[in-house]
Write a protein that binds this ligand. Structure first.
Ligand code: T4K
Length: 395
């Protein structure tokens, strides 16, 4: 008999440090009454991140979206940028806010990141950069993209919103390409409530990004460029510093949860887990995506998504719809284009994964998935008819 969860199990839940530690830090901030504008906690957080990311070339921001907008602005990216439709919408919004035209190319199956062959084929004289997304924390094809960018004299940027803590061949992921943006939003495995970070190869960019996030101020009486306000504040940095201390245990717990999911899901027909991390990749287990094959599973992805809710499990369909299917971007690509992205978006579901989740919870979630499967009759080959909903609540 499988029991529904007493409390909602969401796709994620922020890891929080001991409250007393946050209160201690808060008391210090209170005492100083210095809340933002590059205060001492932000400076300390920055120094700790520089050590963690093994680079001095980094800047902190109020959130990841502003960080990416400023990156594009500060690097002078114009014209066309080749990017992926399989991402959170902020990736593409950032291009539009800079009046840059996104050129969408398809992703690779199983891996979900930009297909380098298609990137190369899409280059025109107007292309200025490639913007890859390490979606779910899976690194893009770093070497291939690097080669293409170098050969065609393009900037190579990464939306690494999901990839904090990922290392490739011993190097932090932020050291690849010309620049990477990380999100420290509460829904990320590493967070500062809200927050963002840029890491980059060219150290001269740091000054520029610092101007751009602080109205362009050089000093009290001089403004050197039309900047905006995108500064991280002291309370964000305090949270970030405390969460950084927990990074080791956060990733290790997720690794064990992911392993348990893989093990449990293996025996359920029609459920495919993402490709395992390539050799040399230390993955952060930021998400746990699965693809649902409706015919084999006997129910559609949406049936599973809705079915899970009845058991108090709130998985998410990250990233459905494709960005190119949102009203504000519709019409940019033609029907039939981006077949892999479109197919993945229609089959994907990301299961709950966060530090507070128990291994027994994973087993229960998988039992529920199996139960939903067993309550359905697999569709005959070629058929697209849905079978009626099962009654959920008891096995
Ligand atoms: N690029 C990529 C590839 C991204 O994925 C993102 C953000 C960005 C750029 C932009 O970075 P930021 O500007 O956000 O730093 C969430 C996040 O808001 C967003 O940061 C994230 N990607 C995206 C994938 O997911 P929603 O609208 O799906 O979040 P929401 O509020 O529905 O939360 C999801 C679940 O998390 C909830 O069901 C419960 C749980 N949750 C959420 C919050 C906010 C908590 O347990 N506690 C919380 O405080 O966008």
């Amino acid at each position: 008999m499988i029991k529904p969860f007493d409390k909602p199990i969401h796709v994620t839940k922020p890891w929080l440090p001991p409250l007393e530690e946050f209160q201690r830090g808060l008391a210090e901030i209170w005492g100083r009454a210095w809340l933002t504008n590059n205060g001492p906690v932000v400076q300390r957080f920055r120094a700790e991140l520089a050590e963690y990311c093994e680079t001095e070339n980094l800047c902190l921001f109020a959130n990841g979206t502003l960080a990416l907008q400023i990156a594009l602005q500060g690097m002078g990216i114009t014209g066309d940028v080749i990017t992926t439709p399989y991402t959170f919408v902020a990736t593409v919004h950032s291009l539009f806010w800079n009046k840059v035209r996104p050129v969408f190319v398809d992703i690779e199956p199983g891996h979900y990141t930009l297909d380098p062959e298609q990137v190369e084929a899409a280059i025109t004289p107007w292309t200025s950069a490639i913007l890859g997304v390490h979606v779910y924390g899976h690194p893009c094809r770093l070497e291939e993209l690097e080669r293409i960018a170098r050969q065609h004299n393009l900037k190579l940027l990464y939306d690494a919103a999901h990839a904090f803590g990922v290392r490739v061949n011993g190097r932090p992921i932020g050291q690849f390409g010309d620049l990477s943006m990380f999100s420290f939003h509460a829904t990320k495995l590493f967070h500062s409530v809200e927050g963002g970070m840029l890491t980059f190869g060219d150290g001269r960019l740091r000054r520029r990004f610092d101007y751009l996030k602080n109205f362009g101020f050089e000093n009290e009486v001089e403004v050197v460029m039309p900047g905006t306000n995108a500064k991280m504040n002291e309370l964000q940095a305090l949270m970030g510093r405390l969460v950084l201390k927990g990074m080791g245990q956060i990733v290790e717990k997720r690794r064990r949860l992911a392993e348990a999911y893989r093990c449990e899901l293996m025996s359920i027909p029609g459920i495919r887990t993402a490709a395992l991390a390539a050799p040399g990749v230390e993955y952060n287990h930021a998400f746990f995506p699965i693809e649902v094959d409706e015919r084999e599973f006997g129910a559609s992805r949406d049936d599973l998504y809705n079915g899970l809710k009845e058991w108090n499990v709130f998985a998410r369909r990250y990233f459905y719809p494709l960005v190119t299917d949102f009203a504000c971007y519709r019409g940019i690509v033609r029907e039939g284009e981006l077949p892999v992205g479109r197919s993945v978006a229609s089959r994907i579901i990301t299961l709950p994964i966060f530090s507070d989740l128990g291994l027994d919870d994973v087993v229960r979630i998988c039992d529920i998935i199996r139960h939903i499967h067993e309550g359905r009759r697999p569709l005959p080959a070629g058929s697209r008819t849905r079978v009626p909903n099962i009654v959920v609540g008891a096995a």
